[in-house]
Design a protein around this ligand. Structure first.
Ligand code: CP
Length: 328
């Protein structure tokens, strides 16, 4: 397994190098093999403590990090805000320091506010604690582990045994839906454009960040394309990533109705005819069935990679915990 890893925290995919992506892909292949064994466990992080600190609801990411930590033989602390001392006025930083005092080596943090994992990382560094922070999704900012499992899923579709960035060079990937509120899209834009893919965003203008309403502001003008209609994004696409309409983050009426949104931007079997014949669909979950994607497509194993994304999430998160934990 690859062992050269220097990053203490994983907070964002901004500035991730191609070599770092390749190391994660190769390491995840090794852990996918571990997960196929009868005994799906290795002692790599024995004695280390992973604190799973989810201040915002999660099914996939939380369970996946917990299982990944257990498969690596780490001890895991699970934090739930509702039953914690946050309700008595304790601050998030004091909560983190409490876990530090208990011996946490890695803190996996999800929070509804962008920047909370960074703030905790800064405090942990100031204290010279040696603790690593893994961002498990912060507000509208970043969701690195999701984009990394997406990268693993995409590249393993193209070459199961030897997934690598170069496989995505020149591939067209459409990311469709609520880009404005999507930390998944923000992270994927970095990983996919670094891999050389053409990323085509498609959303109503109300669901696009202002930055993307003027193509001259795009950081990756040669790799990133923005569409206000679905068809040009889907045309000849190799992969389509649909995003959930994040109703809980919407503070205004961004769309006339869910029905109209589905009519204009919903992924249907008919619309996929615009794509390459071998097109595959991804969705980070959770989904609004019948809104951003039809229910039958979601459940079609020939087209949908959704279950593979979830399964790959464990191997990829094992790789992240391992790389961070073993570089201590
Ligand atoms: N994709 C994702 O982050 O899902 P959860 O909110 O269930 O963790």
């Amino acid at each position: 397994m690859a062992t050269t890893w220097t990053r203490r925290h994983i907070l964002s995919l901004i500035n991730f190098s191609a070599a770092e992506y390749e190391t994660i892909l190769q390491t995840a292949v090794g852990f996918r093999e571990v997960l196929s064994r009868k005994t799906k466990k290795v002692p790599a992080l024995q004695g280390q403590v992973v604190a799973n600190m989810f201040f915002e609801p999660s099914t996939r990411t939380r369970s996946s990090f917990e299982l990944a930590a257990k498969r690596l033989s780490a001890d895991i602390l699970n934090f739930s805000p509702g039953s914690s001392s946050l309700s008595k006025g304790e601050t998030i930083l004091d909560t983190a320091k409490t876990y530090l005092a208990m011996g946490a080596d890695i803190m996996v943090i999800r929070h509804q506010q962008a920047g909370v994992p960074q703030a905790i990382a800064t405090e942990m560094d100031r204290l010279n604690s040696g603790v690593s922070i893994l961002n498990a999704g912060d507000g509208l900012h970043q969701h690195p582990s999701q984009a990394l499992l997406d990268l693993f899923t995409l590249t393993t579709v193209l070459d199961r045994e030897n997934p690598r960035l170069g496989l995505l060079n020149g591939k067209k990937i459409a990311i469709v839906g609520d880009i404005l509120h999507s930390r998944v899209a923000r992270s994927n834009i970095y990983s996919l454009t670094t891999a050389g893919a053409e990323v085509h965003l498609a959303a109503p203008p109300t669901l696009l960040p202002k930055l993307f309403l003027d193509a001259s502001n795009c950081q990756y003008q040669d790799k990133l394309f923005v569409h206000w209609e679905l068809a040009p994004a889907l045309q000849d696409a190799d992969f389509v990533m649909t995003l959930r309409l994040q109703k809980e983050r919407m503070t205004a009426n961004f769309i006339p109705s869910l029905r109209e949104y589905h009519q204009l931007f919903g992924i249907t079997r008919d619309r996929l005819k615009l794509c390459q014949p071998a097109v595959k669909i991804l969705h980070p979950g959770p989904t609004n069935r019948g809104v951003e994607i039809t229910s039958d497509l979601m459940d079609d194993p020939q087209l949908s990679l959704i279950s593979q994304q979830v399964a790959n999430g464990v191997a990829v998160r094992m790789a992240l915990l391992y790389l961070i934990g073993s570089s201590k």
